[in-house]
Design a protein around this ligand. Sequence first.
Ligand code: FMN
Length: 352
Amino acid sequence: MVPFSRGSLFLAPMVGITNRAFRTLVYELGAPDWFVTEMASAEAFLSGGRNESIYLDPSPRPLQTSVQFAARSPETLAKACNAVSQLPAEYRPAGIDINMGCSAPHIKGYGRGAALLDNPSLAREMVAAAREQWVGMLSAKIRISTSLGEDGTIALAQSLAGAGLDCITVHARLDTQKFRRKADHRFAVLLAEVLPIPVIANGDITAREECAALLDSTHIHSLMIGRAAVQKPWLFASLKSGAGSGEGERGTPGSIEPGDEPQYGTRHMPEIDLLAIALRFIDLAETLLPPEWQRETCRRVFSYYAANVSFAHHLRFLLVNAPSLGAMRQILRDYFNQVPQDRIFAQDQILA
Ligand SMILES: Cc1cc2nc3c(=O)[nH]c(=O)nc-3n(C[C@H](O)[C@H](O)[C@H](O)COP(=O)(O)O)c2cc1C
């Protein structure tokens, strides 16, 4: 049994993005059913580095959050799981996710992430070791293994389920593929047909129609969304309200005049104020993250978020190169003063 119902929406783990500040923003705008933290190194966590506990901070929704570990060996993963299980309840996440999909050289090169897709017996040992130490929800996030092929990846997933996973996420791309090609959810459908545990499909999901297509008449249990939710942090709220992503839609400025006080939040508002949301995110980063993470996190989030406006390249360039959070705030205010028609997404248009 997993602690979420069929058709749940997950926020994907994303390094440098899905930390506490971004998860809080998404929560405030209308939360997904489950959050996954950015990947943390089990070894670094055990060595007690200065910011390691921040990677594992499950706020604002510990009971709907999994922390993700990348680990080199079953022993270190087991120790990390044990350490998490000893945390006081308010700091303890509901789940632990094992990264088996990251192919970045500094992860895979050390036998972590997607390297486990090339070593099914080690991957199974990882799950078994984690299961021994962790009674909460245990999941893994995989890709399609280039070395094993589709059939081999299905056999691996079956083996991981047998070793104690409660559910599995599949980012339906080969581990060697970048984002250029579309995710192939045909594989997630196949996997969900044969696995005895819930399969969560991930990759390129942006709109309600895609969600419906993936869930209707398949055994896929739930869906995970990454980049689209960084561009539109209100996406979960709009999907759950039975609406689309609002791709390409923009509202008229309505009653907003240049210089008006930004309005924040979607739950009770008919409009989404892009300036208010961006300013709120900077405040959250400043309040909740260590100083050395703040600017970088904002840069990463805004590099996606800027796609919401007409002069996206221009705004992205300015924000990514801004020397401080204060400069980012000013750039945002200036942009929306100059292009006020970009500021408001009207809810009925977003949800159209
Ligand atoms: C900036 C960035 C960082 C990511 N970091 C992680 C990570 O820490 N752990 C992980 O399992 N996947 C990571 N991913 C992959 C995403 O979780 C997700 O599988 C991928 O983006 C496809 O989903 P999407 O099309 O909804 O974005 C990352 C992706 C991006 C774009």
